[in-house]
Design a protein around this ligand. Structure first.
Ligand code: PA5
Length: 466
């Protein structure tokens, strides 16, 4: 497995001195990197950053595989109920490693269940998915670290009733609760009502749960070799768990992104050239946004900092977004993910009737998508637009595990550079509290008054088109 970070097009000699990064700027971070790395090591040693060691924890796999076998034997459909970090990793890795799985017949799937990840409370979306499944043949993974997330709670309530109406008293067998090992409503329910459950290791926050049962259980159920996924991350750790900036792609990319941000390139686009990796960009978008978008520095000063992550797909978004990236404001840095080889490639055949198409004959579709990525990168350079490329040889459990791990470490390191805590998300709390208040939850009466007072002080401006 050979993964590389090509940052040629981030440099001053490629895109000019205004937005490009110089060698001196990078080497200026060498000493700071050693200090940060030392601090990360100390925190790891004291158990403060358990996500780092998850890929090495092969002992956890056995329990997951046993449970996955039971689910595979008993159910046709598997539905994940969860949101944010409890959903995006599974969606990303499912698409990457089981592309087209749900479109296959049961026979083509080798009898494995279909997997749906429902991460919203849009009643249309939710009801439509339930209607695709038979309650007697459906298993739900209810995933919430806190156990209190309103979206997941309400999904669970609807699903539980739906299953109970079909199978009666044995409805508990259709649910597996994945939550905190000790605390929260879901843990309490599991203990009291006898639901099967898995623990999210203590200290691992939602968006860093890719290598926990949150993602590993659903992926194992649909046949992903989760030991290969973990091995990919574990093997890759030797490249990203050392303090030498110039040879650590996670630290180096964090520094490059940070320098780009300082130069005004505040939008960070992740653009895989692979349908299978499309949702990895969505997963990363949450990781980068929720971890780095912060009001306060680590010592409480007001910063209002954070790059805005955007996910795009090559080549599709060449015909949607790239015009803006080329000629719009100088505020973006693009990271491509390029895939060396596709599982299936398609030869572009000769078609004598049309000489205009001759140039394509004999090439392959895989070659075309690779060339288009190179062409877009070069065109961006021509327009002084900073970009870099992460190359992976193929989409496999190992490379996906490595990519996820790379981005997790990069994000943690970037937290130090931006001087924010990348492991919390205080900004999403306020909206949650108002939601509880508006849904009449006991204990949130003051919040309801606060909401009413905000509304009362606003002069309403609504343009209705009746
Ligand atoms: O990354 C995070 O911590 C969040 O995105 C959470 O995963 C999300 O808010 C869901 O929280 P919970 O797992 O507690 O339901």
């Amino acid at each position: 497995m050979s993964i590389s970070l090509d940052y040629t097009n981030m440099m001053t000699d490629a895109v000019g001195t205004e937005y490009g990064v110089s060698d001196e700027e990078i080497t200026g971070f060498i000493a700071q990197t050693k200090g940060i790395h030392q601090h990360i090591q100390e925190r790891r040693d004291s158990g403060e950053l358990p996500f780092f060691d998850l890929p090495h924890n092969l002992a956890a796999i056995d329990e997951i595989l046993t449970l996955a076998k039971e689910i595979q034997a008993d159910f046709d459909d598997l539905i994940v109920l969860g949101i944010g970090g409890s959903a995006l990793g599974t969606t990303a890795m499912f698409k990457a490693l089981c592309y087209g799985h749900n479109f296959q017949s049961k026979e083509q799937r080798g009898g494995l269940p279909r997997l749906f990840v429902l991460d919203n409370v849009d009643p249309d979306g939710f009801a439509t998915h339930l209607a695709l499944c038979d309650p007697a043949q459906t298993c739900f993974l209810v995933i919430s670290k806190s156990g209190t997330t309103v979206e997941t709670t309400s999904q669970f309530l609807v699903a539980r009733q739906w299953v109970e109406e079909s199978v009666g008293g044995v409805f508990c067998d259709h649910f597996v609760l994945i939550t905190d090992p000790e605390n929260g409503v879901l843990r309490e329910l599991a203990d009291r009502e006898g639901y099967r459950s898995c623990a999210i290791p203590a200290g691992v926050g939602g968006r860093f749960t890719a290598f926990t049962p949150v993602c590993l259980l659903p992926l194992a159920c649909v046949g992903v070799d989760i030991s290969r996924l973990l091995k990919g991350a574990a093997d890759f750790s030797r490249f990203v768990c050392h303090g030498d900036l110039e040879t650590n792609p996670a630290y180096l990319n964090a520094v490059l992104q940070y320098l780009a941000y300082q130069k005004g390139l505040r939008t960070s686009v992740l653009m895989p050239y692979s349908d299978r990796l499309k949702d990895i960009a969505d997963w990363y978008r949450q990781l980068w946004a929720e971890s780095l978008g912060k009001k306060f520095s680590t010592d409480g000063a007001i910063l209002h900092v954070g790059p805005t992550p955007v996910s795009a797909l090559g080549t599709t978004d060449q015909h949607s977004q790239v015009q803006l990236y080329m000629e719009g404001p100088f505020d973006k840095v693009v990271t491509f993910i390029a895939v060396g080889e596709f599982d299936q490639d398609l030869k572009l055949p000769d078609y004598e009737a049309s000489p205009e198409m001759f140039y394509l004959a004999g090439h392959t579709m895989g070659e075309l998508i690779r060339v288009e990525q190179l062409a877009t990168a070069a065109a961006l350079v021509r327009n002084q637009r900073s970009n870099c490329t992460i190359h992976i040889p193929m989409v496999t459990p190992e490379t996906v595990g490595a990519l996820i791990y790379l981005f997790e470490v990069q994000t943690l390191f970037a937290g130090y550079l931006f001087d924010v805590n990348p492991l919390d998300q205080p900004g999403v709390e306020e909206g949650k509290l108002f939601t509880y208040a508006l849904m009449g939850r006991q204990g949130f009466e003051t919040k309801a008054e606060e909401y009413a007072s905000i509304k009362a002080h606003l002069r309403s401006r609504i343009l209705s088109c009746k």
